[in-house]
Design a protein around this ligand. Structure first.
Ligand code: CDP
Length: 246
């Protein structure tokens, strides 16, 4: 079977029926907001793989220690407290049955998450959860290695990049709801570049990914480009795919 027949096999993946748009890229390159918007326009569901790494980090941080001795087993010991569930047009992680979005985006989690994400067993666990979402749903998945490791057979792969100053500026506007000062942007740029270096091993552009530099694009423009590319690959003539549409 091939991807064009609608039932495809990813690396170590169970059979999936859903179509997959993979959006990868470095920190604060706009992956999540873009992926969410693209998913809405296509009628797909959005999956933010980073939120699962953040959820694992958040539950581990609730235990009192300084994080220096964490191991894969230790972090995954808390894994059964996290569930990735459909909610509206997304899949969202619940911790002990609750949404904890503010905690997941907090600075403590952001500081520790790259360490957790560098653990091989943790990555296998997250990848397995993410693959399950595409068993029966069309999904737009954002992360670092979605097009290379999680869904190497994705229907479309996008790699989003932007200048680090611009990424810092956007992240601060999102967080502060106002225009940041140059000093604030400079500090945030330093943090983002530092996280990029810690995430470098897993942030890989697939050979068949479309590279989009968003530094000078509006969010509308980048969404439009991706939606157009996605429509070209997902709107196959009827009868050429056995994927069930929702
Ligand atoms: O802040 P940003 O939106 O860039 O990051 P995120 O998508 O929330 O991901 C948080 C962290 O999870 C990243 O810094 C990576 O360490 C890790 N991650 C990963 O290793 N692989 C993924 N597919 C997604 C996230």
């Amino acid at each position: 079977m091939t991807a064009n027949e609608g039932v495809v096999r990813g690396q170590n993946a169970p059979l999936r029926k859903g179509r997959v748009i993979a959006i990868d890229g470095p920190a604060a390159s706009g992956k999540s907001s873009t992926a969410q918007w693209v998913a809405q326009q296509l009628g797909f569901r959005h999956v933010d793989s980073g939120a699962l790494y953040r959820a694992l980090t958040a539950v581990r941080l609730r235990k009192p220690d300084d994080g220096t001795t964490w191991t894969d087993a230790d972090v995954l010991g808390e894994g059964n407290r996290i569930r990735l569930v459909p909610h509206g047009m997304s899949f969202v992680p619940l911790v002990d049955g609750k949404r904890v979005d503010a905690e997941l985006r907090g600075s403590d989690v952001t500081r520790f998450v790259s360490r957790v994400a560098s653990m091989p067993e943790v990555r296998n666990w997250v990848n397995a959860q993410v693959r399950l979402t595409a068993l029966d749903h069309d999904v737009v998945v954002d992360g670092r290695d979605i097009g290379t490791v999680v869904f190497p057979d994705a229907d479309l792969k996008i790699f989003l990049v932007a200048d680090s100053w611009e990424r810092a500026r956007r992240r601060l506007i999102q967080r502060l709801h106002r225009s940041p000062t140059d000093d604030e942007i400079a500090d945030e740029t330093e943090r983002i570049v530092h996280r990029d270096s810690k995430d470098a091993t897993q942030t890989v552009q697939a050979k068949d990914a479309v590279l989009i530099d968003t530094t000078r694009l509006t969010q509308e423009e980048q969404v439009e480009r991706i939606v157009a590319l996605a429509r070209a690959v997902t709107q196959r003539p009827k009868g050429t795919s056995d994927v069930d549409q929702e």
